[in-house]
Design a protein around this ligand. Structure first.
Ligand SMILES: NC(=O)c1ccc[n+]([C@@H]2O[C@H](COP(=O)([O-])OP(=O)(O)OC[C@H]3O[C@@H](n4cnc5c(N)ncnc54)[C@H](OP(=O)(O)O)[C@@H]3O)[C@@H](O)[C@H]2O)c1
Length: 255
C-alpha cells in the first residue's frame, strides 16, 4: 500500500486529505501538534478503512518538530501533503514578530525541508509526489501570509521543473484554495461574516478537485471556477489596484 504523510492532518483541509487518502487505500502518517487529537483521528481511519496509521506529534514552528518530520519523510513516503498552516490576527505591525517568524518556519522552511527529504526516495522509485498547500491569497498582497503562499507556489513550480529531467513519474503541485470552511478563521480570530456565503468552499470538495488535478499533472491547482476567474483577474488588473483591494477585503478580525 502507498503511504501518505499529511501535515496539519487533524482539522480542515488536512483532515479532508487524510479522509480521502484513507478511503483510497493509502497508509497514513498524520502530523499535527495535538497528540490526543491525532490518536483519535488515527483510530477512526484504521476502523473505517483498515489502513495503517502512524501519528507524528510535532510542532513545525520548531527545529525539533521539523527534524522529526524530515526524518520520517526521508524514510520513504509516496505522497507528501505539506498542508499545516495558520493565519495572522491583524496587519504587519499589529502582529508579534515571533508569530511572523513562526509563519515563515511552518509555511516555508518546513515545506522546503520535507520536500527535500521526501523527493529522493520518490525519484528513485519513479512514482509519487508532493502537494504543497498554498492559497489564492498568493496572487494578492495580504501581509506575510500571502508572501509565504506565493513562495509556496513558486517553490513548487521550480522544484517540478528541476526534477522533470530526472523522473517523469514524480509530480509536485501547489494547491491554491480560496476561502474554505475549516478551523483556520476561528484560530486567527478572523470575522467570517466579512466573506460572502457564496465564496466559501467545502474542504472535501476542494480535496476531490485537488486529487483530480494532481493525477492529471496540473502544476498549480486552483479549485472552483470563481477562484480560477479571480486568479485570472489578479493577473489582468494593475498591480496597484489589486494591492489596494486585497489589503482590505476579507481582513476583518474579531477581538
Ligand atoms: N481555510 C481556508 O480558507 C484556507 C484558504 C487557503 C489556504 N489555506 C491553507 O490550508 C492549510 C490548512 O489550513 P486549514 O484551513 O485546514 O486550517 P485548520 O482547520 O486551522 O487546520 C490547521 C491544521 O494544521 C495544524 N497545525 C497548525 N500549526 C501547526 C504547527 N505549527 N505544526 C504542526 N501542525 C500545525 C493544526 O493542528 P494542531 O493545532 O494540533 O497543530 C491543524 O491540523 C494552511 O496551509 C492554510 O494556509 C486555508
Amino acid at each position: 500500500m502507498p503511504t501518505a504523510l499529511v501535515t496539519g492532518a487533524t482539522a480542515g483541509i488536512g483532515a479532508a486529505f487524510a479522509r480521502r487518502l484513507a478511503a483510497d487505500g493509502f497508509d497514513l502518517v498524520l502530523l499535527a501538534r495535538d497528540a490526543a487529537r491525532l490518536a483519535k483521528a488515527a483510530e477512526e481511519y484504521r476502523a473505517a478503512h483498515g489502513v495503517t496509521v502512524e501519528i507524528l506529534p510535532a510542532d513545525l514552528a520548531t527545529e525539533e518538530g521539523i527534524t522529526a518530520a524530515e526524518i520520517r519523510a526521508a524514510e520513504g513516503v509516496d505522497l507528501l501533503v505539506n498542508n499545516a498552516g495558520f493565519g495572522q490576527h491583524g496587519k504587519f505591525l499589529e502582529t508579534a514578530l515571533a508569530d511572523e517568524l513562526d509563519m515563515l518556519k511552518v509555511h516555508c522552511e518546513a515545506v522546503l525541508r520535507l520536500t527535500h527529504a521526501a523527493l529522493p526516495g520518490m525519484i528513485e522509485r519513479d512514482r509519487g509526489g508532493v502537494i504543497n498547500v498554498a492559497s489564492v491569497a498568493a496572487f494578492f498582497s495580504r501581509g506575510t501570509y500571502s508572501a509565504t503562499k506565493i513562495w509556496v507556489v513558486n517553490f513548487s513550480e521550480s522544484v517540478q521543473q528541476d526534477i522533470a529531467g530526472r523522473s517523469g513519474g514524480v509530480h509536485v503541485m501547489a494547491l491554491c484554495p480560496g476561502w474554505v470552511h475549516t478551523e483556520f478563521h476561528e484560530r486567527s480570530k478572523m470575522d467570517k461574516a466579512a466573506v460572502p456565503d457564496f465564496m466559501w468552499l467545502d474542504a472535501d470538495t476542494l480535496v476531490a478537485a485537488a486529487v483530480r488535478d494532481f493525477r492529471r499533472g496540473v502544476g498549480v491547482s486552483v479549485p472552483d471556477v470563481k477562484y480560477k476567474a479571480l486568479v485570472g483577474l489578479s493577473k489582468a488588473i494593475p498591480r496597484g489596484l489589486s494591492n489596494r483591494i486585497s489589503a482590505r477585503s476579507g481582513r476583518r478580525y474579531n477581538q
